[in-house]
Design a protein around this ligand. Structure first.
Ligand code: ADP
Length: 484
């Protein structure tokens, strides 16, 4: 049965199952990046609202939500997933307007959110403890229990997908969550809370407080009533979150982006690789933690790959989210300035491919044409820094050893891929590449709801997605019973 149509008021917070204005009464404008207009006002939640949300989550743990069995939680999450699908068009439009992503990409994000709910709904009652052989006269076993209140601070690039992987797994394990969406894009977080509540999620199990990072976000990460924090966002803020978590001695999961390489060897199936090489760089206008911003190509196929990628870049069209082209605007004019700053650092480099911005794109929109640089030195700023825009660099290499050295030669380690038809090389590369996920002859593998995801180095630590996330969102208790 479908839930009633979306009825959200983004100038409110969603706390304890009810909409309410932030205690300060203040709001912030939410900007449409496709044209620079103000979409609506959103709540400027602050510490007092975070206090109320944490209290509501805590109350949920000792109420109906805390008493729900794993099977009941799973059934409810699966129902929420179906309710999300009832609203696929509305959610896709909200996300497209808010983030600026082309409608078809936003629609794919809705489907991913529903799939996360289905996956974690199905998994909720399948997380088992163990029995441990021990001393004579003892029975020892382990239980996986929720942390309690989980804080989720998420970015603007994939709100629905990140809610799915993080809040979905937390709720599956019986935690109660406080979600602080990004100030640039919070509409689908509010819509999701409404949908989940209407589908039967008890009051307080999920609370949403929009607001600024330095206010609502900082208050959530420093709150003594929060027992686990998951954060996806920039390296700088990730460090602050880890410091807050350290002060309160609570576990933290950080997913902080990357500079992910695809490594193309002479023996690769170039035609199979091409769509992945380009799409992994320009999807969501390159504003993807796992974007592949470095393409490493062996000398023997270098010219062929450069020519083919450049040709594809020439076909890319950038325009308003609702026009549903290849690439939308960046999330904000601030982000556009950041990306343009990087582009100006590439003035010494050769631009081999450039997409077009459609002529009727509104002048107030945050548009940046996709740009492909070639012959980039591995230590160039554009090959080292996370740009978070539709920019890729191509780097030549001679042999496997050099490929590994270049691929691993940044501070990040999130995702990598190897394109080769040689099985032994595939296995060697899979081991040698420094990344939380390595793809062989593909990149991204269909969204990967089931695949554990997370990084090393400045890409962060902890794993989300897949079954692994359920371990992260639970605590292991060991029970040793002496019975003689
Ligand atoms: P970006 O620079 O790409 O916007 P951020 O890391 O600044 O990425 O933002 C990711 C999330 O972190 C957003 O929800 C933002 O509001 C939040 N945030 C930003 N600053 C802080 C902070 N000091 N403490 C907690 N959360 C923050």
């Amino acid at each position: 049965m479908s839930v009633r149509p979306l009825n959200i008021d983004p100038s409110n917070c969603f706390i304890a199952g009810a909409w309410g204005a932030p205690l300060s009464g203040e709001t912030l404008p939410l900007i449409n990046p496709s044209d620079g207009s103000t979409l609506c006002e959103i709540a400027r939640g602050q510490a007092a609202d975070i206090n109320a949300a944490v209290a509501a989550a805590d109350a949920a743990l000792s109420g109906k939500w805390g008493k729900a069995t794993a099977a009941e939680r799973g059934r409810l999450l699966a129902k929420i997933g179906r309710a999300v699908l009832d609203h696929v068009d509305e959610l896709a439009r909200l996300e497209a307007m808010d983030v600026g992503k082309p409608l078809k990409q936003a629609r794919a994000d809705v489907l991913a959110l529903a799939r996360y709910m289905e996956f974690y709904g199905g998994a909720a009652d399948k997380v088992h403890g163990e029995t441990i052989p021990y001393l004579d006269g003892y029975t020892v076993y382990t239980l996986r229990e929720p942390h309690g209140v989980t804080g989720h601070i998420i970015p603007w690039n994939y709100p629905m997908q990140i809610i799915g992987r993080s809040v979905g797994a937390a709720l599956a394990m019986g935690n109660a969550s406080v979600l602080k969406p990004a100030e640039e894009a919070c509409l689908t977080a509010l819509a999701f809370a409404e949908i989940a509540h209407k589908a039967g999620l008890p009051d307080g199990a999920l609370n949403v407080v929009p607001g600024l990072g330095a206010e609502a976000g900082a208050a959530l990460s420093a709150h003594k009533g929060v027992n686990h924090i998951s954060f996806t966002g920039s390296v700088g803020v990730g460090k602050l979150i880890q410091q807050s978590a350290g002060t309160n001695v609570v576990p933290v999961t950080l997913e902080l982006g990357g500079k992910s390489p695809q490594v193309v060897f002479n023996d690769a199936d170039i035609n199979a690789a091409l769509p992945f090489l380009v799409n992994a760089g320009i999807q969501n206008a390159g504003q993807t933690c796992s974007a592949s911003s470095r393409i490493l190509v062996q000398h023997g196929v270098y010219d062929q790959v450069v020519t083919a990628m450049a040709e594809r870049y020439g076909q890319l069209r950038t325009g308003p989210a609702m026009a549903d082209l290849d690439v939308g605007p960046l999330v904000s004019n601030r982000q556009k300035e950041i990306v343009e700053g990087f582009l100006s650092q590439g003035e010494d480099l050769e631009v081999v491919g450039r997409g077009q911005i459609v002529t009727d794109a509104p002048t107030g929109g945050a548009y940046v044409a996709p740009t492909l640089f070639t012959d980039v030195a591995p230590d160039h700023a554009l090959a080292q820094k996370e740009i978070f825009g539709p920019v890729q660099v191509i780097i030549p290499f001679a042999d496997e050893a050099e490929a590994v050295a270049i691929a691993n030669g940044t501070d990040f380690g999130l995702v990598a891929s190897c394109w080769s038809e040689n099985g032994a090389r595939q296995m060697r590369m899979a081991r040698a590449l420094r990344a939380g996920q390595v793809f062989i002859n593909n990149y991204g593998a269909g969204g990967g709801v089931e695949l554990p995801f997370g990084g090393t180095g400045l890409s962060g630590h902890g794993r989300e997605k897949g079954f692994e996330a359920l371990y992260g969102f639970s605590v292991l208790k060991t029970i040793a019973a002496r019975h003689g």
